[in-house]
Design a binder for this molecule. Structure first.
Ligand SMILES: N[C@@H](CCC(=O)N[C@@H](CS)C(=O)NCC(=O)O)C(=O)O
Length: 214
């Protein structure tokens, strides 16, 4: 009995939706509204839901009535259930390193967004330095990966691949919408190939095709 709760957009929950799709389990994809707010940001936790939020934030995953939060913790738990960590401890280290680097970038974008574009210097730094440096590091990392195959660990998809694909696409889109500039990943075929491999994984492709348009 699983319920995922988040706002009505992809955001942080989409990677969890990918992992749940690959795991092939039925779940309730609950989307709480933003009380008619036309913009996706800033986020305000809807009134009344606080009681269900262990740390006042979404997404949450409810399992048989128990509520959990923290996207990566939820992903790791599901990856353990569905065998999506890779085989060895080093596989896990290798792929989760990428997750943390993605997270660093995501947090830089969010920090920037919270300044509401008032700080032009920070914005310029993100667009011209921080983001391009991170994207080029990802490209280099994929170029040098020791495992042959479409995914970070070769032929087997892990939750780290899903984290990479979901966040790079969604946060890149978010940046384009709110900051007028994305990650420019289209200039990096290796990154595009990894994202495409994730999006073509049959269960994820099926989810992408039937998910609500947000
Ligand atoms: N580290 C947490 C961050 C969660 C988080 O920041 N959630 C935002 C939405 S994306 C939220 O619920 N914010 C509530 C608020 O700002 O009122 C995670 O990865 O799940």
């Amino acid at each position: 009995n699983i319920r995922l709760t988040y706002f009505n957009y992809r955001g942080r929950a989409e990677v969890i939706r990918y992992v749940l799709a690959v795991g092939g389990v039925q779940y309730e994809d609950i989307r709480v509204d933003l009380e008619g707010k036309p913009t996706r940001d800033p986020v305000t936790v809807p009134q009344g839901s606080e009681r269900r939020l262990p740390f006042n934030q979404f997404p949450t995953l409810e399992i048989d009535g128990e509520v959990f939060c923290q996207t990566k913790s939820i992903c790791r738990y599901l990856a353990t259930l569905f065998d999506l960590h890779g085989e060895t401890a080093k596989d896990r280290l290798y792929s989760e390193m990428v997750v943390e680097c993605v997270d660093d970038l995501v947090n830089d974008v969010i920090k920037m967004r919270r300044t509401k574009n008032k700080e032009q210097r920070l914005f310029g730094e993100l667009i011209n330095t921080t983001a391009p440096r991170a994207i080029s590091s990802f490209d280099n990392f994929i170029k040098n990966k020791p495992h042959d195959g479409p995914y970070l660990l070769g032929k087997r998809i892990t939750w780290a691949d899903m984290y990479f694909a979901a966040f790079l696409v969604n946060v890149g889109g978010y940046m384009e919408t709110f900051m007028g500039g994305g990650f420019g990943i289209e200039k990096y075929p290796r990154i595009v190939n990894l994202i495409t491999a994730v999006e073509n994984q049959p269960a994820i492709a099926d989810w992408i095709q039937r998910r609500p348009v947000t």
